[in-house]
Design a protein. Structure first.
Ligand code: SF4
Ligand code: SF4
Lengths: 77, 424
């Protein structure tokens, strides 16, 4: 895993809240502009190391350990 | 067939003269338990005056951050069939041209794998498929993409599905090829549509002329509205025919009996800039003062037509009220040719997004950012020169601040010396 991706995952692990806005995730790689950071965040999603959470109007990012479909559905069922 | 839930309050909504969504859902409920429970939960909400839906979640199709909106009912004990009731947004074809075959196939997919209920169309223009379960999301997506060549639309902090009016396909007033523009933007910005990285939603809407049938000026962060920069084309013969009562005003849109058009009261006096004149024989337009409102053209379509040097005006910043109030877009590029491959426009969009992504707060729309930082900051970031046409009423808004770096020769400002001269 590239250094940037590792730092993003590390940063996610350190946060108290499980869901993070894109702007905030980018703080993990402050030397990159948002569009450069997006490339790494996209890759992490494709690799299953980050997950999207969407309210319908806003999207946030989570670690897969925090966001589990079965748990989400169970919580409701 | 008797339905499972009693719905006395919903039943009231079937009594008026208008088509009723309750009757529609009841029709589906006769064969789909999901629709049946949907009626039940809605009745309960009406009774308790409280919603029973929880929006949002991690459900989606692999690799896409938008297009699926997770929805769960918080009373699955009472309404188990809508315990999971996710929405899918399907990217509509440009200008919503379908074949009936495609519509049938979409309905078949949804009948088999979803609630059978659709919403044609959502305010973004997407086809909204209402209500399915998580296990069906990928199979539906597979069929949509592989069998129908259709894709999911945008949701969340994405570029939302771009939308355009019917344009040149059916409308003689269209100054730009709205379908091509929307198709091109949709294909160019696939990454932005499916992989959310914006502070909030972002919408492009494109209308072929200032009649703005998709309400781009009210609903999109970036509105592309067709216009012209030469003169309105006038057929004087046809103007006289309207006055003589040979043609129906508005092409019969508001009335069906022929009558003489009162050109003074119905056209000249209603021109917002009073730039028209009727001398009893000929209509004259002072085109320099015409603001392209379309009024005269719309009332006399046989006599007047937009010019031939066509293009678009780009406006930015519209939004509905969430933070701040509702806002219309403001003119940012007064005229752009808007011809394929739209490179000049896309360069502008690139700068706009860079600015918004770097400076926008979470959940801040572009219009709110412009309001917070000022139009000047936005124009600078997009490398656009300020222009009086960006101001609603330039003569009433004379406060323009110049940056010494932008004025040839510049100037020095010595605040200390200034304070000595202006002590209070
Ligand atoms: S916006 Fe103008 S061009 Fe588009 S459909 Fe409406 S009238 Fe026609
Ligand atoms: S388009 Fe509007 S502003 Fe222009 S001449 Fe016609 S009525 Fe006047």
């Amino acid at each position: 895993m590239s250094d940037e991706k590792e730092r993003i995952v590390e940063w996610m692990k350190q946060q108290k809240k499980s869901k993070q806005y894109f702007n905030d995730v980018c703080k993990a790689v402050p030397e990159l502009n948002m569009r450069q950071a997006k490339k790494f965040i996209n890759e992490l999603v494709a690799e299953g190391k980050l997950k999207y959470w969407s309210s319908g109007s806003t999207t946030m990012y989570m670690l897969p350990s925090e966001g589990d479909v079965a748990k989400e559905e169970e919580g409701m069922a | 067939m008797a339905l499972k839930h009693q719905t006395p309050m919903l039943d009231e909504l079937e009594k008026g003269p208008w088509p009723s969504f309750v009757s529609d859902i009841k029709k589906v409920a006769a064969r789909k338990p999901m629709a049946e429970d949907l009626l039940g939960v809605l009745e309960l909400s009406y009774k308790e005056k409280e919603g029973h839906w929880k929006h949002g979640g991690i459900v989606g199709v692999f690799g896409y951050g938008g297009g699926v909106i997770g929805r769960y009912c918080d009373r699955p004990d009472l309404f188990p069939n809508v315990a999971h009731f996710h929405t899918m947004r399907v990217n509509q074809p440009a200008s919503k041209f379908y074949t009936t075959d495609v519509l049938r196939k979409i309905c078949d997919i949804w009948e088999a794998k979803g609630s059978g209920l659709t919403n044609m169309h959502g305010s973004t223009g997407d086809i909204i498929l209402l209500g399915t379960t998580t296990d069906q999301l990928e199979p539906i997506f597979y069929e949509l993409t592989h069998e129908l060549g259709m894709d999911l639309g945008g949701s969340g902090s994405n570029l939302r599905t771009p939308e355009g009016c019917v344009g040149k396909a059916r409308c003689e007033w269209s100054c730009i090829d709205t379908q091509d523009i929307i198709y091109d933007l949709t294909m160019t910005f696939q990454d932005e549509l499916h992989r959310p990285a914006f502070p909030y939603k972002f919408k492009f809407k494109c209308s072929g002329c200032p009649n703005d049938c998709v309400a781009a000026i009210a609903r999109s962060d970036c509105s592309i509205i067709g216009t012209w920069r030469d003169d309105i084309r006038i057929d004087q013969e046809a103007v006289r025919a309207y006055i003589g009562g040979d043609f129906l005003p508005h092409a019969g849109g508001h009335e069906s009996t022929k009558r003489a058009l009162d050109i003074q009261a119905e056209v000249i006096d209603l021109c917002p800039t009073h730039c028209m004149e009727w001398d009893g024989k000929n209509l004259k337009i002072d085109n320099k003062n015409c603001v392209r409102c379309m009024h005269c053209i719309t009332i006399m379509p046989r006599a007047l037509r937009p010019g031939v040097d066509t293009g678009a005006t780009i406006l930015c910043g519209a939004k509905a009220p969430i933070l701040e109030g509702a806002q219309l877009s403001s003119v940012i590029i007064p005229f752009i040719k808007m011809e394929a491959p739209y490179d000049e426009f896309k360069d502008f969009v690139d700068k706009l997004w860079n600015y918004w992504m770097e400076h926008g707060k979470n959940r801040e729309r572009l219009g709110e950012l412009i309001q917070r930082q000022g139009l000047g900051a936005f124009l600078k970031a997009c490398e656009i020169t300020p222009d009086p046409r960006m101001i609603n009423t330039p003569r009433f808004n004379p406060y323009i601040f110049y940056d010494p770096a932008d004025v040839p020769g510049g100037w020095e400002h010595d605040p200390k010396a200034f304070r000595e001269r202006h002590q209070a």
